[in-house]
Design a binder for this molecule. Sequence first.
Ligand SMILES: Nc1ncnc2c1ncn2[C@@H]1O[C@H](COP(=O)(O)OP(=O)(O)OP(=O)(O)O)[C@@H](O)[C@H]1O
Ligand SMILES: [Mg+2]
Length: 264
Amino acid sequence: MSEHIIVSVKNLVKNYISGTETLCILQGINFDVERGSVVAVTGQSGSGKSTLLNIIGGLDRCDSGSVEVAGSEITGLSEIELSSYRQRRIGFIFQFHYLLKDFTALENVMLPAYMTGMRKKDSLEKARLLLADMKLEDRISHFPSQLSGGERQRVAVARAMVNDPDIILADEPTGNLDPRNSGMVADLLFAGAEKWGKSLIVVTHDETVACRAKIRCTLENGILGGFPLSGENALSEENALSEENALSEENALSEERAPSEERV
Ligand SMILES: Nc1ncnc2c1ncn2[C@@H]1O[C@H](COP(=O)(O)OP(=O)(O)OP(=O)(O)O)[C@@H](O)[C@H]1O
Ligand SMILES: [Mg+2]
């Protein structure tokens, strides 16, 4: 995998079994995310956006295919390895902030760094810096219950960045907010990702958030559309396209030979 690709997903397939039915959620997803790039994923409810994000983030497993993050394949990792991968390599932001209610904003942000071995003084300093980026300098000693919805989400953004992750995965980060707070969280999230040089994949239903991303794609019928491909993925897509073209040419030819009933 080339150095400038941070995430490379190949032929990713995920099915869920529901009773006697098999739900084919992801049906061969291919894409590469370049270091430092921002990608927005949209798609109808139930199209598999969270499933895709959760697999990349090591919260869920795929049925087949490959997911490489910063050059390491994650699909074969054990549960313990996945847990360390999530802590050190991924910054998650969810629709619900999941802050620890008995800890202040500062403690919520410093804890992931402290727990993974950073000195207390350094963790606190980093947390302060990130909270300042999120315009929360004067709220660092507030508990989650003493923060507004937008402020809580900004703490969650700071927390996602504290361990210097390879990639930030945000699933509906503004889904619970009014338009003003949604705009502010999106501004600070995008600015933070840029300042700290982080790649970001953001799943959203909010058009005003999606349109800020340089790369936009849509998940539909188990396939991710609109993604510019590079490296091996571009080559395999090219092959698939030329196969598709050859097939459609063949179909056109056979239609010419045998006119459809409609035309008769
Ligand atoms: N554990 C599971 N078992 C069975 N089906 C599941 C499971 N998890 C998700 N699904 C189904 O997979 C599909 C995709 O779910 P997912 O949460 O990824 O959708 P989504 O695109 O994130 O939707 P939304 O925009 O509403 O958040 C849904 O139809 C859902 O019901
Ligand atoms: Mg979802």
